[in-house]
Each structure stands twice: as structure tokens, then as C-alpha cells.
Write a protein that binds this ligand. Structure first.
Ligand code: PLP
Length: 385
């Protein structure tokens, strides 16, 4: 079976998941061994030498991730940010420059600005939907990398990946797309021209809020060699149990995403009708500025909804602290619904910068519970206002 030409769900379930030949076990075992017995000095069994470099459980996840994103190589890391760090250091050098969206995830910006900045990597945040500003920022800084998140976290802005890829490549730079919010089920950035796909697999790919992880996926041998070297040389790899849990999550990505987005569409619609609500940021609405692009480059609108309140921060905080099923917690993409107040939680680190998130905004990660229960939960929270 050619895994990259099969349907998504077939790839998610089967890629890298061949049965174990010794017993026929349909679920490949989790390999905890840190080292591998050699047949003679330097005579490795199937290339296995030491767990930081290779581990069969991590390998099978990496095959599955590459197939899921239509890439040729995937690298699994201990967190999304660990993957981003290794990938950037693999592909850039001190003196190089990154142009990134001015609504990028706060943790990615903190890494790029406050960790990699002092090591000599510059950055310029821009509005990614403004071609002129993007081109000017790339040219002025001779940028080597453009960093795009779409839908963005938490403002749910949508940017045309194919258009940004064309513009980026015209300037000789690499396009990195963080595909965490959409997941490979809904969006395939490599097919749209991106060079590198980044995931926090902690989110929709793992899907159960029980494992932190990250992935980098590419379709080019040269990029793969550089990233693979840093994965091995730095060693921020995922452990065997983490890799197994992530693999198990990815197998059900398709069915979960369908349930997430059906619920999100109804929650967004309900929120839109409330007098306390100033704006609902959800690309499924026809009047969302990115709706047509989302329709073109995504196969659905995802499970995330952000909402802004007319009554400001006080009302947003009160709702966040009044829901029962929507748990007040960081993160997203798990089967359970979560509510996040970005300006004090996930995006607190970008306060006072260009990436600051409005303080009247809540971000909802809509889970797969029965939607009438989720709406009932919001109703009781709004009734307290
Ligand atoms: N990218 C996005 C869009 C995220 O939301 C996150 C985490 O929230 C990350 C990257 C970082 O991933 P991790 O928390 O697994 O390091």
C-alpha cells in the first residue's frame, strides 16, 4: 500500500504500524530499551544502536507523521517548542533573520525572540495577510525564514499558504507553517508549498491531553538531513511511551476532528447570538475575513473558537471562571472542552509586545462531548453575568 496516496484515515491508522513479525501483534510493541546489542563491533541490527538516535517506537510514529502530512521525513520531539528550537538551529545561523506573523503563538515568539535572539537570530513580526509588508520585511532583513500560523492562535486569522509560499520562495527564504490548530486532517501545508511543517502534537494529534510532544515534517532530503542531525546531536527526542501515546492519538485524528468541528460550529453560532458578545472569531462564518481562503485550503473549519466580550476583561474572566464542562486550562485539541484566557495564560509572555492579545478575549477548544451539554454549560455561565 502506498501510504501517501491512501485516504487520510487509512494513513493515520496504518502508516508505520505494521504488525510485529515475531508474534503477529497488531499493535507494535513499545520499545523501552535505550541500547541495542550489536552482532559485532559496528555491526548493527537494522541500524539500531542507541535510543537517542533511533528507537523503533519513535520511528513508527515518525513514519506515521510523515504520511499524515504528505512529507518524506518526520522528526518527533519531546515538545512542540523543542522541535521548533532544533529545527531553527538546524536551518539557520547567527545573523539570520525570521519574519513571523504578528499573531504567532506566544511561546514560539518567546523562543525566537528571547532565546534565539541573544544567540544572533533576528526577527520581525508582520501582518501576514499584508503582502507588501511581508515582502518589505523579508527584503529589508534578507530573511531566511518565514513563519506562518493559520488559523492563528488565538485570533483565528487565516492566511493563504500558497500565496505566502510563492512570495517567500521568490525571495529565496524557507516557509515554515505551524499546522497545530488545523491538524493534517484539515490542512496540508507541504502540498500548498510550505517547506517545513511544525506541530505541537500535544494538541489535536495526541488528542487526549495526556502527552506533550512536537513534530517537524519536511519533503526535502537536504532539510531532513540537517534537522535529523540536530535531533540526534541535541537529543530533545520523544520518549518511547510518549511516542506510543502520540501514535495512538493520531490513529483516530479523523473521527475526532469531525466531532470537534461539528460541535465548534454550533458553539460559535450560539455565542454569536448573545448580547454580551462583541465578536466571535471563527473561520466557518461567511463574514469571517478569511472564510474564502479557509474554504480553499482547509477541508473544514476546525474545533477552535475565540470570543470577545463587550463588557471587557471583567466579563471574559467571569465567564472563564463560571463554566463547568469547559475547564479553565491551557492547551487545546483534546477530546475534553477547555477554556483559556490567553492574555493571562497562554499568551502572558507576549504582553506589552506587538503580539499582545486583547484582554476581553476567551479561547475555546471545543471538545467532543454532546454539544447540547456544552451549550448548556455556556448558558449557565452567561446566566450569572
Ligand atoms: N504551536 C502552537 C500553535 C501551540 O499552540 C503550541 C502550544 O500551545 C506550541 C506550538 C508549542 O507546543 P508545546 O507546548 O508542545 O511545546
Amino acid at each position: 500500500m502506498s501510504q501517501n496516496t491512501s485516504g487520510f484515515n487509512t494513513r493515520f491508522v496504518h502508516a508505520g504500524q505494521e504488525f510485529e513479525p515475531h508474534t503477529g501483534a497488531v499493535v507494535p510493541p513499545v520499545h523501552f530499551s535505550t541500547t541495542y546489542a550489536q552482532e559485532g563491533i559496528g555491526k548493527l541490527r537494522n541500524g539500531y544502536e542507541y535510543g537517542r538516535g533511533t528507537n523503533p517506537t519513535r520511528d513508527s510514529l515518525q513514519v506515521q507523521l510523515a504520511a499524515a502530512e504528505g512529507g518524506t521525513h518526520a522528526f518527533s520531539f519531546s515538545s512542540g517548542l523543542a522541535g521548533e528550537d532544533s529545527m531553527i538551529r538546524a536551518l539557520l545561523r547567527p545573523g539570520d533573520h525570521i519574519v513571523l506573523g504578528n499573531d504567532a503563538y506566544g511561546g514560539s515568539f518567546r523562543l525566537i525572540d528571547r532565546v534565539l535572539g541573544p544567540w544572533g537570530i533576528g526577527n520581525t513580526p508582520v501582518d501576514m495577510s499584508d503582502d507588501t509588508a511581508l515582502a518589505a520585511a523579508i527584503e529589508k532583513n534578507n530573511a531566511k525564514m518565514v513563519w506562518l500560523e493559520t488559523p492563528s492562535n488565538p485570533l483565528m486569522k487565516i492566511v493563504d499558504i500558497a500565496r505566502v509560499a510563492e512570495l517567500t520562495h521568490a525571495h529565496g527564504a524557507l516557509l515554515v507553517v505551524d499546522n497545530t490548530f488545523a491538524s493534517p486532517f484539515l490542512q496540508q501545508p507541504l502540498a500548498l508549498g510550505a517547506d517545513v511543517v511544525v506541530h505541537s502534537t500535544t494538541k489535536y494529534i495526541g488528542g487526549h491531553s495526556d502527552v506533550i510532544g512536537g513534530a517537524i515534517i519536511v519533503k526535502d532530503d537536504d532539510l531532513a538531513e540537517k534537522i535529523g542531525f540536530l535531533q540526534f546531536a541535541v537529543g530533545a527526542v520523544s520518549g518511547p511511551l510518549d511516542a506510543f501515546l502520540t501514535t495512538r492519538g493520531l490513529k483516530t485524528l479523523g473521527v475526532r476532528m469531525r466531532a470537534h468541528q461539528e460541535n465548534a460550529a454550533q458553539v460559535a453560532q450560539w455565542l454569536r447570538g448573545r448580547k454580551e458578545v462583541d465578536a466571535v472569531l471563527y473561520p466557518g462564518f461567511e463574514d469571517h475575513p478569511g472564510h474564502e481562503i479557509a474554504k480553499k485550503q482547509m477541508s473544514g473549519f476546525g474545533g477552535m473558537v475565540s470570543v470577545q466580550f463587550t463588557g471587557g476583561a471583567a466579563v471574559a474572566r467571569q465567564v472563564a471562571e463560571s463554566t463547568r464542562l469547559f475547564q479553565l486550562a491551557e492547551s487545546l485539541g483534546g477530546i475534553e472542552s477547555l477554556m483559556n484566557y490567553p492574555s493571562e495564560m497562554t499568551h502572558a509572555s507576549v504582553k506589552g509586545t506587538e503580539l499582545e492579545v486583547p484582554d476581553n478575549l476567551l479561547r475555546l477548544s471545543v471538545g467532543i462531548e454532546d454539544v447540547q451539554d456544552l451549550i448548556g454549560d455556556l448558558e449557565q455561565a452567561f446566566a450569572k453575568l
